[in-house]
Design a binder for this molecule. Structure first.
Ligand code: AMP
Length: 216
């Protein structure tokens, strides 16, 4: 099964990707994580992406499309995968289609902007493995330390309040049109983000069931 998770930054795509990953046993491809890894390693890809990422802008389409194309060609993607944070523009969605990729479902996590701002201010990520935590909703067992790998938790540079507003503007302007792209293909499933993460996950899993109702 090939699934896309759509939604604003901080809508909970990463957390729901983990849930689907366990449920269907398919890998998650997060373009944000791939790019952060490239920045950390100082690779040519990272050097191209860094300034855009730090300021909350989108990285150029050709750069991310290349990242996804290489990643989905790997063996572990043979049975399907979850795309978290891609496509973020209609041009990216068209490129995916042009590659011959048949997406089964697009799950759109809907969360109001005010909730997003509250969530992102409490988000902490692991500088080692990229795992994501929240001071209120998903605290690590030991403060400031990753449960999974033991490295330090940091605030992402693009989670600073001024940048968050820019990212939300970018989302509304450039990514929201992607919903219409998939709605027109009968693939869009809207899930309203709930106060409790588990309640959102239950709705996501329901949307994955065969025969779920898609938006026309
Ligand atoms: P994320 O962790 O998904 O919020 O991504 C962090 C940053 O990486 C974004 O703010 C963009 O600068 C960049 N990025 C991630 N995915 C994409 C994409 N599909 N298209 C363009 N830029 C992206």
């Amino acid at each position: 099964m090939k699934i896309i998770l759509l939604g604003a930054p901080g809508a909970g795509k990463g957390t729901q990707a983990e849930v689907i990953c366990k449920h269907l046993n398919i890998p998650t491809i997060s373009t944000g994580n791939c790019l952060r890894e490239a920045v950390k390693n100082g690779s040519p890809l990272g050097l191209r992406a860094k300034a855009d990422m730090d300021s909350g802008r989108l990285v150029p389409d050709d750069v991310v499309i290349g990242v996804v194309k290489d990643r989905i060609a790997k063996d572990d993607c043979a049975k399907g995968y979850i795309l978290d944070g891609f496509p973020r523009t209609v041009a990216q969605a068209e490129a995916l289609e042009a590659m011959g990729v048949e997406i089964d479902k697009v799950i759109d996590l809907e969360v109001p902007d005010e909730t997003i701002k509250r969530r992102l201010s409490g988000r902490r990520v692991c500088e080692g493995c990229g795992a994501s935590y929240h001071l209120d909703f998903k605290p690590p067992k030991q403060e400031g330390v990753c449960d999974a790998c033991g490295r330090a938790l940091i605030i992402r540079r693009d989670d600073e309040p001024a940048t968050v507003q820019d990212r939300l503007d970018v989302y509304h302007r450039q990514t929201e049109p992607v919903k219409a792209f998939y709605a027109a293909r009968g693939k869009l499933y809207r899930v309203e983000g709930q106060e409790q993460v588990e309640d959102t996950s239950a709705l996501v899993l329901k949307a994955l069931e065969a025969g779920g109702i898609s938006e026309e």
